[in-house]
Design a protein around this ligand. Structure first.
Ligand code: URP
Ligand code: ZN
Ligand code: ZN
Length: 494
């Protein structure tokens, strides 16, 4: 299959230019630059089965979403999207690679965790995928298994400072894993919230009858993140470890990360569209989806429970944090904007916590809306330019997680993973138009512009006019390279 894309505006993390692009056997083989006004085909000899006219449209690298939770047991239930529905949604949202968290059940070996996640994904994924391992039960045996797992292409491990009594690791354990990351060449991803403080506040709130979703946000204050980020940075520094702070949500946490920019930067950070576009008011807003008449699950759902749709950890913050986070993205203190797609249905899953916010499964969907939100909130509202969008959406995550140069950038020799994005068509986000298998969308009603005309993965069209046309099981497991602390310093191709 050969594809020719003509007259599109190609974007890298460094440049924007008009080009004709040739794709052969799943790989980018031609990029011919042309002036803005030129329209003649610069690849006349190139025989293609498919010629796409991309005039007035952006040609972006396929998104690399390094933070998803598909088919994951969590909070007494299992996330709503599996590797088929989740990767279809990812593809329709302009992603061609995801990295999912394979979570450890207590007592499991690293090999067992990986086998489990391979089984969940291998016949289902429609785009390329890889795994991080989320460690919840670290022993000396687990640590001794890490080199073998790195050889199998898994080069990042997540630890939790939050979720006391279930997922949380001790400072000692976190220090040990950080030390291994420096020695062996992997990234230690840390969920930075102070689990001790959250546990205490949660108990206090519940014992005072404060049970609604709004109190989830009060139980996890911003300074709990700020403190945990400072602890994580200290542990990384003491142990010469490679630290990546996941889902950063607060100005205070960012302030601590910025301090490390002064030194030899081995601290990287990620935020998510929800922390850049939504704020704490969501926990108290009036319902935007009326209860469904006759739906038995609606009985006894009070309107104040609507806030459960935004119960995630860390929680949404006060508005002032949003501009601070945008600033962090713009100035490079935050390197990645990932979705943290962790979907639970409102009816039947979020409702597990109807009478107790601490029992509401934590997480929201977002794998399908990341590009649309980034494009509008970032470009239209001028927080960042289109090069930065490409960087945080695809290039930097590919570099940090050992996938570059095959992934993350349109360049000769890279996998032909391409998004053709029309910036002018109207956008109105509605759950019913999305492919995520979850009964609500936290961004319902969002209006702007932008339309995904095509997604090409490995040289095959898998999305056309926002509709999925790929094949179940066609995604491949990606073995990733070791972490390179200097990966973001190497310039992108010009
Ligand atoms: O609320 C969230 N973020 N759920 C997913 C699990 C995690 O901590 O990333
Ligand atoms: Zn987390
Ligand atoms: Zn997560």
């Amino acid at each position: 299959m050969q594809i020719k894309i003509l007259n599109g505006t190609m974007v890298t993390s460094a440049e924007v230019f008009k080009a004709d692009i040739g794709i052969e056997n799943g790989v980018i083989t031609k990029i011919e630059r042309k002036s803005k006004t030129a329209n003649a085909d610069l690849l006349p000899e190139f025989e293609a089965d498919n010629v796409i006219d991309a005039k007035d449209q952006y040609i972006l690298p396929g998104g690399v979403d390094v933070h998803t939770h598909f088919d994951m047991p969590f909070g007494g239930t299992v996330t709503a999207d599996n590797f088929y529905t989740g990767t279809v949604a990812a593809a329709c949202g302009g992603n061609t690679t995801i990295i999912d968290f394979a979570i450890q059940n207590k007592g499991e070996t690293l090999k067992q965790i990986l086998d489990n996640w391979h089984k969940k994904s291998e016949t289902k994924a429609v785009i390329d995928y890889s795994f991080h391992i989320a460690l919840t039960d670290v022993t000396d045996n687990i640590i001794s298994e890490i080199p073998d797992i790195i050889n199998q292409g898994v080069t990042s491990f997540k630890l939790f400072m939050a979720y006391k009594g279930s997922l949380m690791s001790s400072q000692e354990t976190i220090g040990k894993i950080l030390a291994e990351s420096g020695k062996l060449g992997f990234l230690t991803m840390i969920h930075c919230e102070n689990g001790e403080e959250i546990d205490k506040l949660t108990k206090e709130l519940l014992s005072n009858g404060k049970t609604s979703p709004f109190y989830h946000s009060l139980s996890r204050p911003a300074d709990s993140e700020e403190y945990a980020v400072s602890q994580a940075i200290k542990l990384a520094s003491d142990n010469s470890g490679n630290l990546y702070v996941v889902h950063l949500s607060s100005e205070g946490g960012l302030k601590n990360i910025k301090k490390t920019l002064l030194g030899n930067k081995k601290v990287f950070a990620e935020t998510c569209p929800q922390y850049l576009t939504l704020s704490i008011d969501k926990y108290t807003e009036t319902p935007n989806t009326p209860l469904i008449k006759g739906n038995k699950d609606d009985i006894n759902i009070p309107s104040e429970f609507e806030g459960a749709k935004y119960v995630m950890s860390p929680p949404l913050r006060g508005k002032y944090n949003l501009s601070a986070l945008w600033d962090g993205v713009k100035n490079g203190a935050i390197n990645v904007v990932a979705s943290d797609h962790c979907a639970f249905n409102f009816r039947g899953q979020k409702t597990l916590g109807l009478n107790d916010f601490s029992k509401i499964p934590n997480g929201i969907p977002g794998v399908e809306t990341r590009l649309y939100l980034l494009f509008n909130a970032a470009i239209k509202d001028k927080h960042i330019d289109i090069n930065k969008l490409v960087d945080v959406f695809a290039t930097a995550p590919a570099k940090l997680f050992g996938l570059y140069p095959k992934k993350g950038e349109i360049r000769i020799g890279a996998d032909a993973d391409v998004v053709i994005f029309n910036p002018n068509k109207k956008l109105h986000i509605k759950r019913i138009k999305l492919h995520q298998d979850v009964d609500y969308c936290p961004f319902e009603g969002y209006k702007g512009t932008g339309f995904i005309s095509y997604v090409i993965a490995h040289g095959k069209i898998i999305v056309r006019d926002r509709a999925f046309c790929g094949a179940k099981g066609s995604g491949k497991f990606l073995k990733r390279n070791k972490f390179d602390p200097l990966c973001l310093q190497a310039s992108s191709s010009k």
